[in-house]
Design a protein around this ligand. Structure first.
Ligand code: FAD
Length: 273
C-alpha cells in the first residue's frame, strides 16, 4: 500500500529531479512496475521521469545510445528495425509480457536489478556503459554493480553500447512456464575475426552474488576456433553457484545452466560459419 499523502512531482529538468530524490523518501518513477510491487508505505514522493526527455535511442558513430526512459519495447523495435544488438533484443523480447514490456524502462530495470533481470547479462556481455547524473559520470554496467554505485542516489541518463558487427551474442533464460520470472539469464558474447574468437564475455545472473563472469571460460575460448575440444574445455570452467528454493536445488540449476552454456556456444559456432 502506498501512503495517501504521496506527493507526485513532474520536473522538466534532470537537475530538478536530482534535487528532489536527494530528499528522504522521494524516488524516481519510470515504468512503475517495480514500485507498485514493493512495500511503498515509507515513500513520501514520486518523481515522474516522463518530462525529462530520457526516451530516445540513437546511433552516434559506432555507439548505440539508449536513453534510460526507453521501454523494453522501444529497444526491441529499434534493434529489429536496424538489425542491431540481436542478443539484447532476444533477451528483452522474452521478458515478462507485452503490456509490461511497454512500461518497463531501461533505467528502472538497471537501478532495480531484480534477480530475474533479462537486461543485465546481455549488457555486461556486450560491455555496455551506464551514464549517470549525481555521481561520477560513467561506469561499465559491470562496475556499476560491482562497486555498489547502484546503491547510491543518482539518475541514470543513458546507456552506451558499441555496435560491433564482428560481435555475436546469444542469450538463454531458464523458466518452465513462459510467463514466469526466469531463474537465471545467461549471455555469451564473442568477438570473432577470421573464425577465431578474439574476445569473449560469459555472464550469468540469478546466481549467488547477483551476477558472475566466467573469466576462465572466456580465456579458454579466446585465441581459438570453436572446436569441440575448446568448447568442452571452456564448459569445464563454467560452474555457476545458485541459492536453493522450493522449486529447484542449486545442483539442478547448475546442471541446466551448463547444458544451456553448451547450447549457446554451439549456436554461436554455427553463426560463425
Ligand atoms: C509480473 C512481472 C514479470 C516481470 N518479468 C521480468 C522479466 O522476465 N525480466 C525482466 O528483466 N524484468 C521483469 N519484470 C520487471 C522488473 O521486475 C521491474 O519491475 C522493472 O524492471 C522495473 O522497471 P520500471 O521502469 O518499471 O521501474 P520503476 O518501478 O519505475 O522503478 C524501479 C526503481 O528504479 C528507480 N529508477 C527508475 N528510473 C530510474 C533512472 N532513470 N535512474 C535511476 N533510478 C531510476 C526507481 O526510483 C525505483 O527505485 C517483471 C515485472 C513484473 C511485474
Amino acid at each position: 500500500m502506498m501512503s495517501h499523502d504521496l506527493q507526485w512531482y513532474y520536473p522538466e529538468k534532470i537537475s530538478e529531479a536530482l534535487k528532489l530524490i536527494k530528499k528522504d523518501g522521494i524516488i524516481l518513477h519510470a515504468g512503475g512496475t517495480r514500485i507498485l510491487k514493493t512495500e511503498a508505505r515509507h515513500l513520501k514522493g514520486l518523481v515522474d521521469i516522463s518530462r525529462l526527455k530520457l526516451n530516445y535511442i540513437r546511433k552516434e558513430g559506432k555507439n548505440i545510445i539508449i536513453g534510460s526512459g526507453s521501454t523494453f519495447t522501444d529497444v526491441i523495435n529499434y534493434c529489429r528495425k536496424t538489425n542491431s544488438l540481436s542478443g539484447l533484443c532476444m533477451a528483452l523480447s522474452e521478458a515478462a509480457s507485452t503490456p509490461l514490456r511497454n512500461r518497463m524502462t531501461i533505467g528502472g530495470s538497471l537501478k532495480d536489478f531484480p534477480v530475474w533481470s533479462s537486461l543485465y547479462s546481455p549488457l555486461i556481455a556486450l560491455n555496455a556503459q551506464v551514464e549517470l547524473v549525481g555521481v561520477k559520470e560513467a561506469y561499465s554496467v559491470e562496475d556499476y554493480v560491482r562497486k555498489n554505485i547502484i546503491k547510491t542516489k543518482h539518475i541514470i541518463s543513458q546507456i552506451v553500447i558499441k555496435d560491433e558487427k564482428d560481435v555475436i551474442c546469444h542469450v538463454r533464460r531458464f523458466n518452465i512456464v513462459r510467463f514466469e520470472y526466469p531463474i537465471f539469464n545467461l549471455a555469451v558474447a564473442l568477438k570473432v575475426k577470421n573464425n577465431i574468437v578474439v574476445d569473449a564475455r560469459v555472464v550469468i545472473t540469478g546466481v549467488t552474488g547477483r551476477f558472475h563472469r566466467f573469466k576462465s571460460s572466456e580465456k579458454a575460448l579466446i585465441g581459438n576456433a570453436l572446436t569441440d575440444d575448446i568448447i568442452t574445455k571452456s564448459s569445464e570452467y563454467f560452474t555457476p553457484k545458485f541459492h536453493s528454493d522450493y522449486k529447484y536445488s542449486p545442483e539442478y540449476r547448475e546442471h541446466v545452466a551448463k547444458v544451456y552454456y553448451n547450447d549457446i556456444v554451439n549456436e554461436l559456432k554455427k553463426e560463425m560459419k
